[in-house]
Design a protein around this ligand. Structure first.
Ligand code: UDP
Ligand code: MG
Length: 304
């Protein structure tokens, strides 16, 4: 049996057409399919739509979160509910074409543990988003060594991969990055994401920035390294200043040092502040992990 995990936030309009497509695909593949829908705190009629769905011969499991916990939590919940092998994760907004499923399954049968649909072209999007995502991927690649430029969350995962993912101890998760990080044998299928069928992307600028930041911090100690580097450069600079101050003092010109003090203070002050901020950032991660709060809370669920 194949499991499909679909996170949904305010996708009442796209859900039905998507499932109709999936029914057709199921006929093509001729495999049992279970669909796991996660309603991630939608404020529209997504849950009502799920209740109304009739998609036999597919079976449906649906979870409704008590509030919006984010796509990462929804994917995690879906993967833990999935019983099939392989498990496919896809968006519920119509941007991930189900027509790729047969090819994904074929590549899996040929031995790939991960089959990832990669963007051959980015969908049309606002200019600011292009700039910001390019910047994020640049930083991410240079701080973690993982190139995620064309990566998407549209992936087929072998049960082994799902198990490995669920077994990871961390709470702050970045699905796309972690799956790459395993380095399991994988294959890619290029596709062109469609524009969103309905509604708007639920990523605001603020959410994207915070997601990007959190992904980088949870993946690398690179910001800490930068701090150390800045510390080293700062110290070298300070030694130079110190020598200059001493020279001026010894060889006599009057009231030297005033500007030096200011410079030193500014330098050290900012380095210390920055350092504390960064340490606080990592500390907050430790705090998150230690708190042990559940990744999600289920409001209700159903099975058909
Ligand atoms: N999604 C979710 N929780 C969220 C935000 C998004 O479950 O807090 C779902 C959404 O319903 C969709 C998928 O994640 O199925 C991708 O979201 P979206 O299309 O908004 O993101 P984009 O395609 O712009 O990356
Ligand atoms: Mg989308």
């Amino acid at each position: 049996m194949i499991s499909l995990v679909i996170p949904l936030k305010n996708e009442a309009l796209t859900l039905k057409p998507l499932l109709e497509e999936l029914i057709n695909i199921q006929k093509l593949c001729n495999k049992n399919m279970e669909i796991i829908l996660i309603d991630d705190g939608s404020s529209d009629n997504t849950w009502q739509e799920i209740q109304k769905l009739d998609v036999s011969p597919l079976s449906i499991k649906a979870l409704r979160f008590s509030r919006n916990f984010g796509k990462e939590a929804a994917i995690y919940a879906g993967l833990s509910e999935a019983t099939g092998n392989p498990v496919i994760v896809m968006d519920g907004d119509g941007q991930h074409p189900p027509s790729l499923l047969p090819e994904m399954i074929k590549k899996w049968q040929q031995g790939a543990l991960i089959v990832e649909a990669v963007k051959s072209k980015r969908p049309p999007e606002p200019f600011w988003k292009k700039i910001c995502t390019a910047f994020f991927y640049f930083i991410f690649k240079h701080s973690t060594g993982l190139d995620l430029r064309t990566a998407t969350d549209f992936k087929l995962l072998d049960r082994k991969v799902v198990q490995a993912y669920l077994n990871l101890p961390e709470r702050n998760r970045f699905f796309r990055g972690l799956i790459k990080w395993f380095n399991f044998p994988s294959q890619t299928i290029p596709f062109e994401p469609q524009p969103r069928a309905e509604g708007i992307s639920s990523w605001s600028f603020k959410k994207l920035v915070s997601f990007a930041w959190s992904s980088i911090i949870s993946f690398s100690v690179w910001p800490l390294r930068t701090l150390m580097l800045m510390g080293i450069i700062g110290i070298i600079g300070s030694i130079g200043l110190l020598l200059q101050t001493l020279y001026i003092k010894i060889f006599g010109s009057a009231a030297p040092g005033f500007s030096t003090v200011i410079i030193l203070q500014a330098l050290l002050g900012s380095a210390i502040l920055l350092g504390m901020g960064l340490i606080g950032e990592y500390l907050s991660r430790i705090y998150e992990e230690v708190k042990g709060r559940p990744l999600y809370v289920i409001l209700e669920q159903l099975e058909k």
